[in-house]
Design a protein around this ligand. Structure first.
Ligand code: F6P
Length: 359
């Protein structure tokens, strides 16, 4: 009988509980036991490790749709790679994780994480040398390379669309524009997808240069005195500081275009998990359990051509755009961004959405 550990690390997103529910269902159907590690790596730093045995009743099907993670994603003052690196205790931290995993006597660990966690797992894979490590990519930012989707992205897009569906009503009533700031870090995929799905009049993302005068001209010409300008949190405007939505708003105000800013913030990480994210969860979990059966290790599940396959963590790391992690000294992460040939850029332009200088 195999013993499988499950850990959710990094920022939460909707879909994590569906993943946990599906892992438990699939593992139990195979006669395996499942253990949830609480608060990510912090749960492995306690002696004994903070892990609970999971049964199909722990995250029952009626709760599988709920956002957040039943296993939590970290607490203030927790031990994680960031706090360990910042306090110069990375060596000790790595040793503790390895020892803790050995004591738990797991055959496999399913790590549900974002690009930071996956990059760390790749760079520190000695920690996991006594078991089979399978990663499932999750993030609302969808900034992970070599997969066509990450858990949580579609629900986040859906939350933004629902938010704009309501905002546009007050926007019309008051004849004014809304500058909506999305999350996504340096990756504009969340803003681009949500903007196209809703029908924003402009989408400003970090990957594409934009010109404020062109944006204002576009807004004046859409033939309406209300609408939504979607701005990704990662954009910058030379000579200006503050929140991106505020910077754009100030420019609109200076051009006498009535407007307000709106910050959906953390609701992008919440909302009942939508059907497509649940299907992706089921596909990725099936793939992860098969990988464990086949004794694969140091792999990540990835959607390719709609099918779920495993790819080595080395391929995940090397196929991305490598940049320094601002929070973890000495760590480089592998990132994905909106590519110049992203079909949605052409769709946005054809729908008369201002997207910046795409050519
Ligand atoms: O990476 C997910 C994300 O929600 C980003 O889009 C956002 O910038 C960040 O996390 C917020 O992080 P925190 O939870 O630390 O405020």
């Amino acid at each position: 009988m195999k013993k499988i550990g499950i850990m959710t690390t990094g920022g939460d997103c909707s879909g994590l509980n569906t993943v946990i529910n599906r892992i438990v269902c699939g593992a139990h159907a195979r006669g395996w036991r499942t253990y949830g590690i609480i608060d990510g790596t912090d749960g492995l730093c306690c002696i004994p490790a903070n892990a609970v045995e999971l049964t199909p009743d722990t995250v029952p099907i009626e709760n599988a749709r709920l956002a957040g993670s039943f296993l939590h994603n970290g607490n203030i003052g927790v031990m994680n790679f960031e706090t360990a690196a910042k306090s110069g205790r990375l060596g000790l931290f790595n040793k503790t994780l390895k020892k803790s995993l050995t004591t738990l006597n797991l055959d496999a660990l399913i790590l549900v994480g974002g690009n930071g966690s996956l990059s760390l797992a790749y760079k520190n894979n000695d920690i996991y040398s006594n078991l089979s490590l399978v990663c499932i990519p999750k993030t609302i930012d969808f900034d992970i390379p070599i997969t066509e989707r990450t858990i949580g992205f579609d629900t986040a897009v859906n939350e933004l669309v629902k938010y704009c569906d309501q905002l546009i009503l007050t926007s019309r009533s008051h004849h004014r524009w809304f500058v909506v700031q999305t999350m996504g870090r340096e990756c504009g995929r969340l803003a681009l997808n949500a903007g196209v799905a809703f029908g924003a009049d402009a989408i400003i993302i970090p990957e594409i240069k934009f010109n404020v005068d062109d944006l204002i001209k576009h807004i004046r010409n859409v033939g309406r005195d209300y609408g939504i300008i979607m701005v990704s949190e990662g954009i910058t405007l030379r000579g200006h500081s503050g929140r991106p939505a505020d910077m754009i708003s100030r420019k609109l105000t200076a051009a006498e275009i009535p407007n307000r800013t709106a910050f959906p913030d953390y609701i992008q990480r919440t909302g009942d998990t939508i059907a497509n994210d649940r299907i992706i969860a089921a596909k990725m979990v099936t793939c992860a359990l098969n990988a464990i059966e086949n004794r694969e290790t140091n792999v990540m599940t990835a959607l390719r051509g709609g099918k779920c396959v495993t790819v080595p963590l080395s391929e995940f790391y090397e196929s991305g755009d490598i940049s320094r992690d601002p929070n973890i000294p000495d760590l480089c992460t592998s990132n994905a961004y909106v590519e110049p040939d992203d079909p949605l850029l052409g769709v946005a332009t054809s729908m008369n959405i201002y997207i910046g200088q795409t050519k």
